[in-house]
Ligand binder design. Structure first.
Ligand SMILES: [Zn+2]
Length: 494
């Protein structure tokens, strides 16, 4: 598409708005105008994305779960290796967010200042983005059912992505071999590589989750079987009655050593296989998939094993999504559990269940904070595996917020004993209700919109720990070391 007067006016306006926002931000730091310049550009020229000059290489990251984490990892890895990367990390992942990044990353006449861009792309925006941008690589982490009011069914989303990719023959796709839904992206395009994860000891061959969005063979309709299944429909599948099976992973994560935090990547080459050892940045299977996806994408981009290894040295996941802290012998883990997204919540519940020690869970998943657009539909609670929280190692569940009774009801249906559940109106009340006698760890769960609240709850827990320690000192109880269980001593019983 050629630049015309409409385009120049749009780019000029977008730049002016960007400058204005930057200026106002000097005085009002909390101003949120993250994709407004892009919105203006698109208002004046709806074909803005097609006309603006783009970096030579563009990586787009999409998928239901893990796209932000994965896009951030790719950006960090490239930057660690000296590349300057244009991205929409601070903006939004819809069309306006990408327009904003391209506009601010270009001159006033629309000439790009970057060679490389990494964009996180919302699945539903595919249809408004890909017809204008043919990325070098599209990485899809997975496709699951998501918030009912936005994304509903994964096949509906798959269809939207494929409509956006109609006629695309140049992009290379990096897809998840263990997710047969996203494997169906761009069926006409043969330029695809797959990544996957080898069997783990915790895998099964039957789905134990409420939701399985890919249970039957798309060719003959038979019930699929699994060589190994990690969760929901994620695993290595085959049809017992025809030749349908999971594609072979060119990049396969294997030999996971959670003590040394290492794993190996088996890469299939033209003339054999190669195995490379990498640092493991997390013990959560969901994030290991994100790490494997990142590695596969970077390899396809052209980074060497050494460059990728360097990227994962001392890598820390973004703290707003997960943080672990030890406070006087009590482990506090704050974790993002996206409300209205049954699969993301179930994954977090599974992580809590399988984590070691005795635990308490602060279940603060009140989607009411998504104020203007919040849905009254709570069916997602019944797609979420609350049953995973019905485990002997989970000693207490605290529920707060406007939807607390809905969560309480769901916990009871999951068979969680009434006496383990504490319900209160406000999240800030939870720390004082914790029974520290029984626990080594507290999980504070929160939604995308409730991060400040989660931090307040965490501070409240620390205050309670301090109060207990003070009481212990007064009672002349000897406190020694960080990991002894003085917090569980009889004297502290409330
Ligand atoms: Zn079949």
């Amino acid at each position: 598409m050629k630049k015309d007067f409409k385009f120049y006016f749009a780019q000029f306006s977008s730049k002016c708005v960007y400058g204005l926002i930057k200026f106002v931000k000097l005085f009002k730091k909390s101003l949120n105008g993250s994709h407004y310049p892009g919105k203006i550009a698109l208002k004046f020229d709806k074909d803005f994305l097609g006309k603006i000059e783009k970096p030579e290489k563009i990586i787009c990251v999409t998928g239901t779960n893990g796209k932000t984490t994965t896009a951030n990892m790719i950006i960090d890895a490239l930057e660690k290796n000296g590349f300057e990367v244009l991205n929409n990390k601070l903006g939004s992942n819809i069309q306006a967010g990408i327009a904003c990044a391209l506009s601010t990353g270009a001159t006033i006449t629309g000439k790009t200042k970057y060679d490389i861009a990494v964009f996180e792309v919302d699945e539903r925006s595919s249809i408004k983005v890909y017809p204008y941008i043919e990325p070098t690589i599209i990485l899809c982490t997975n496709l699951f059912r998501d918030s009912m009011k936005r994304n509903a069914h994964p096949e509906f989303i798959l269809d939207i992505i494929n409509q956006g990719l109609e006629g695309n023959t140049t992009t290379k796709f990096v897809l998840n071999a263990d997710d047969l839904i996203s494997c169906q992206i761009a069926p006409e395009n043969k330029n695809k590589v797959y990544f996957g994860m080898d069997a783990l000891l915790t895998d099964t061959t039957e789905c134990h989750n409420i939701v399985n969005d890919f249970a039957n063979c798309p060719k003959c309709g038979s019930k699929l079987r699994y060589n190994y299944l990690k969760y929901h429909h994620i695993g290595n599948a085959f049809c017992p009655n025809c030749d349908f099976e999971s594609p072979e992973a060119k990049y396969l994560g294997t030999n996971f050593d959670f003590n040394k935090m290492k794993y190996s990547m088996i890469e299939t080459l033209k003339d054999g296989k190669k195995q490379t050892e990498y640092n493991l940045i997390t013990d959560s299977v969901v994030n290991i998939y994100n790490q494997i996806a990142t590695t596969a994408c970077l390899k396809e981009f052209g980074l060497s094993d050494i460059e990728i290894k360097k990227a994962f040295d001392d890598y820390k996941l973004v703290e707003s999504r997960y943080k672990e802290e030890d406070y006087n012998g009590l482990t506090i883990k704050t974790m993002l559990a996206k409300g209205q997204n049954a699969v993301a919540c179930s994954r977090v519940f599974d992580y809590i269940k399988t984590d070691s020690g005795n635990k308490a869970v602060m279940l603060n998943l009140d989607d009411f904070y998504d104020a203007k657009t919040s849905s009254e539909n709570i069916c997602w609670l019944y797609d979420t595996d609350y049953e995973l929280l019905n485990d002997p190692s989970i000693k207490q569940i605290c529920i707060a917020g406007k939807r607390r009774m809905d969560h309480y009801m769901r916990c009871l249906i999951a068979g969680i004993p009434k006496e383990k559940i504490t319900v209160c109106e406000y999240e800030e009340e939870e720390p004082a209700l914790l029974n520290f006698n029984k626990i080594d760890k507290v999980f504070v769960l929160y939604d995308v919109y409730t991060i400040p609240m989660a931090m307040k709850v965490k501070e409240g827990i620390k205050e309670q720990v301090d109060i207990i320690l003070e009481k212990l000192e007064k009672n002349h109880v000897k406190i020694s070391g960080n990991n002894d269980k003085d917090l569980t001593s009889e004297e502290t019983k409330k």
